[in-house]
Each structure stands twice: as C-alpha cells, then as structure tokens.
Design a protein around this ligand. Structure first.
Ligand SMILES: Cc1ncc(COP(=O)(O)O)c(C=O)c1O
Length: 388
C-alpha cells in the first residue's frame, strides 16, 4: 500500500534545521571539526536554584498526576507578579495567563483556535518558521510581511493591501527579533494596535527574547501599550531567559478570550505541563532578577568578539542591542545558501542561511552566539582563511 501524507504535510518545506543537520552530519562524517553557530540553543546551564527546586518537586507524588490544563495557579500567579515587576503590566492569573509546553507549542496551536480556512495570517519574513507552518496547518493563507534593513527590520503595515488586511485574522510579530536581532520601539507597537483595531486582527507578539538584551537596554512588553490587551496576546518562554530550552516551559498572557481560545485547543491536544517543571519555573520567576546579568555579560562579550571579527574580514553586520543572533549580509555574488555552504565546507562554521526564515531573508546568514569565546575566536581565525 502506498502511504500518502496529508496535503498539509506536503505543503510545508522540511523544518529549517533538519536540512542543516543533514549537512552537518555529512561534514562530520568527513572528519571536519564544526563550530556550530546554527541553532539558538543556549550552551549555558540552567541556574542551580531552578534545578534544586525541580529535584524536590519531582519527589512529590502530587506532581506525578495529570497537571491542570491551564497551568498551576501558583505558576500563573508567579507569571503575573513577574510581569508587573518587569513591565508594570497587571494580569489576572486566572484568566489572562496560560502555561505552555514551550512557547513554540502555543504559537503552533493558536491559529487552530482563531483562523478559518482561507483567512489570511500576517507573517514576518524572515521570521521564526513556526508562524507560517501553524497558519498552514489551520488552513490559513500566510501573507508575508517583508522585514527590510531600511525599515529597521519592522514590517511596513501601510504596504499591506486593504483586501488582505480585511481578510486577515492574525498578525505575528516578534521583538527582539529572530533572526534579524532588531528591536521595536513603543511607537511601532502603537502603530500595530491601531492597525489591528482598524481591521479586526488579533495580534500575537512573540517575546521569547525579551530578557536577552544588551548595554542596559530593556525590551518592552507589547501589553504595555494602551489598547493592546483588547486585541492581543504575548508569548513568552523561560527557554532563553533562564537557559531552559530542554525543559519546555513557556506561557501566553493577555486578552482573556484569546488566552481561553488557545486553552480550549490545548485541552483537546495535550494534558498540560509537568507540575514539577511548573514549580521550578515559579521559583525562577519569583527568585531571580531578569535579565540575568551574568548571562547577559557573557553574550555581550561574545557579541563584541564576533562582530569585530566579522567586520575585520569585511562582512557587513550590525552590533545587535538584543537576542543572541547576528544577522550578516552575504558578500556580493553569493546567495545565502551558497555562502552558508562555503562556510561549512571550507571552515567548518555552521551558520543558518537567511532564506530558510523566508524569502526576504535571502542575502543574509544568521549566526547564534551560543558557543564559548574560545570557539568564536577559532571561527574568526577560520573565516580569515576563507576567500570570498
Ligand atoms: C522567535 C522564537 N519564538 C519562539 C521560540 C520557541 O521557544 P520555546 O518553545 O523554547 O519557548 C523560539 C526558539 O528558538 C524563537 O526563536
């Protein structure tokens, strides 16, 4: 019997990192030592206090049973307290906070709650690939908003055709931004709120990198802007904030109807988040001051080393104010894929081709600062030996 996949699977490109993993495997087989700047997965450990809390929470038999769908009230209260302390935004933990099995899970599920087949979903390009895929899975039509250098890598909302805006149901935005590392000022969020109110669009702001910012800069919450809570939610993650990518814990906050819509999808798909992890997350949010200065200092140093090295070899890159990504223009005469291939084949340096994040990422590669300084310096030395 021929086993045929559903159209929904056939229409999505292979997951971005799966392709890169294949190339890495091939180079490794050839004996190449790789400096992997491909995936944004922090190399630093989770703070001790969080690990200790998990250990004790894992012993408690109350945590061995099914968790509540929406998350423990203690965790949701900790989220609300953190939000108030960090952003000055007050949230009702019972109605405006939902735990997630990592923010990716919430992003992947939200269109199922709000997008009907044929509705447009406004998706930044380049952007985190899950926005597009989640829109497609729900039968929506992704409409790409190019993020261009000359516009500070912000989407130009006024360029969206009227008929598209009228048929759009959801808008994804993400600042500090992956992959461009751009940040958004309050004025941009205000513009988004006006646009969303005008066209009846729900806004999903992905704030996964809000606690990875440099030189004293503190990113805003979208919910700080007046009117935002009426039309939007914000996705957050403990992954990057506390070096907890493997733990799978995040949350959605904001408009209670949007939060409950997402919750309704989840009750039919998953059974919540291991309570011991929620206890550990509660500990993190209540006991640690974010951004965690020790990790920020490390990323700042890495950023400075790498930006200097890249500029010395003649590559164009800006010194980012946030995220642990560098968004680098490829030299003339190369596509993103060709330049990424050159780096891995000749230098064993793994970078992500920008077009993997969407068509408008063509002409760039992304490097993640998630390896130590020694290896970054090694990458620079190798770069110096490559001719391009
Ligand atoms: C922009 C953005 N959003 C969301 C996520 C998902 O993070 P998590 O599911 O670990 O919370 C990532 C992960 O890399 C990301 O880059």
């Amino acid at each position: 019997m021929e086993i045929k996949k559903a159209n929904r699977i056939d229409q999505i490109p292979p997951y971005l990192f799966a392709e890169i993993d294949k190339k890495k495997e091939e180079m490794r087989r050839k004996g190449m030592d790789l400096v992997d700047l491909g995936i944004g997965d922090p190399d630093l450990p989770t703070p001790r206090l969080i690990i200790e809390r998990l250990k004790t929470a894992a012993e408690d038999p109350r945590n061995h049973r099914y968790p509540s769908y929406e998350g423990m009230i203690e965790f949701r209260t900790a989220v609300a307290q953190w939000y108030e302390k960090r952003f000055g935004v007050k949230l009702d933990p019972a109605r405006e906070v939902l735990s997630l099995i990592g923010s990716k899970e919430g992003i992947a599920h939200i269109p199922l709650a709000f997008v009907n087949p044929g509705d447009y979903v406004l998706v930044p390009s380049p952007g985190y690939p899950v926005y597009r895929v989640s829109a497609l899975f729900a039968g929506g039509i992704p409409y790409f908003l190019p993020l261009r250098k000359e516009n500070g890598f912000l989407p130009s909302l006024s360029e969206i055709p009227r008929d598209v805006a009228e048929k759009a149901k959801l808008l994804f935005i993400n600042y500090p931004n992956n992959p461009t590392s751009a940040i958004a000022e309050r004025s941009f969020f205000e513009e988004v709120v006006i646009f969303a109110h005008r066209h009846g669009i729900l806004v999903c702001h992905d704030a996964a990198y809000s606690e990875i910012a440099f030189d004293g800069y503190q990113p805003l919450s979208f919910l700080e802007v007046e009117g935002a809570r009426e039309i939007g939610i914000e996705f957050h993650s403990l992954s990057k904030t506390f070096n907890m990518t493997g733990w799978r814990i995040g949350f959605a906050v904001g408009n209670s109807e949007i939060v409950s819509g997402l919750g309704r999808v989840k009750t039919n798909i998953d059974s919540g988040l291991f309570q011991a992890i929620q206890e550990a997350g509660t500990e993190a949010l209540l006991r640690l001051d974010t951004p965690l200065t020790e990790i920020i200092k490390i990323y700042e140093r890495r950023r400075d080393i790498m930006v200097k090295g890249l500029q010395e070899v003649g590559l164009e890159v800006e010194r980012p104010k946030a995220t642990f990504y560098l968004w680098i223009q490829v030299p003339k005469g190369y596509t993103s894929a060709q330049f990424a291939a050159l780096l891995i084949e000749q230098g064993g340096i793994v970078a992500t081709p920008g077009n993997g994040f969407g068509e408008s990422g063509e002409g760039y590669i992304r490097m993640a600062l998630t390896v130590d300084e020694v290896r970054l310096k090694e990458a620079i030395e190798r770069l110096k030996r490559i001719t391009f």
